[in-house]
Design a protein around this ligand. Structure first.
Ligand SMILES: [Zn+2]
Length: 95
């Protein structure tokens, strides 16, 4: 699938009053992500929805799960296989 986060593999933004351009970290500049990530992105949205429903910020949600906020953010953006997060949750709540 086409990378949902960049323009042809590049990211554009403004930092310190200057426009910046960088290689997209999700697709590593290829502008394409594996098709499986389309599914991960949908599941990630659901993870985020559940977190917000429980009134948890990113940091609080990560603490709840015992993982780093940056890692939780990657799950929510579909950059990591949500199966791994499912295992973390199952171990925490059913283990
Ligand atoms: Zn990209």
């Amino acid at each position: 699938m086409i990378c949902p986060e960049c323009v042809k593999g590049r990211l554009y933004g403004i930092a310190h009053m200057k426009s910046i351009e960088m290689e997209c970290p999700r697709c590593k500049g290829t502008a394409e992500v594996p098709d499986i990530q389309a599914e991960w992105i949908e599941i990630g949205k659901e993870i985020k929805r559940l977190r917000l429903e429980n009134n948890l910020g990113l940091r609080a949600g990560a603490v709840e799960l015992g993982i780093q906020p940056s890692i939780l953010s990657e799950y929510e953006r579909g950059m990591r296989n949500p199966e791994d997060l499912k295992k973390i949750v199952e171990e925490k709540y059913n283990g």
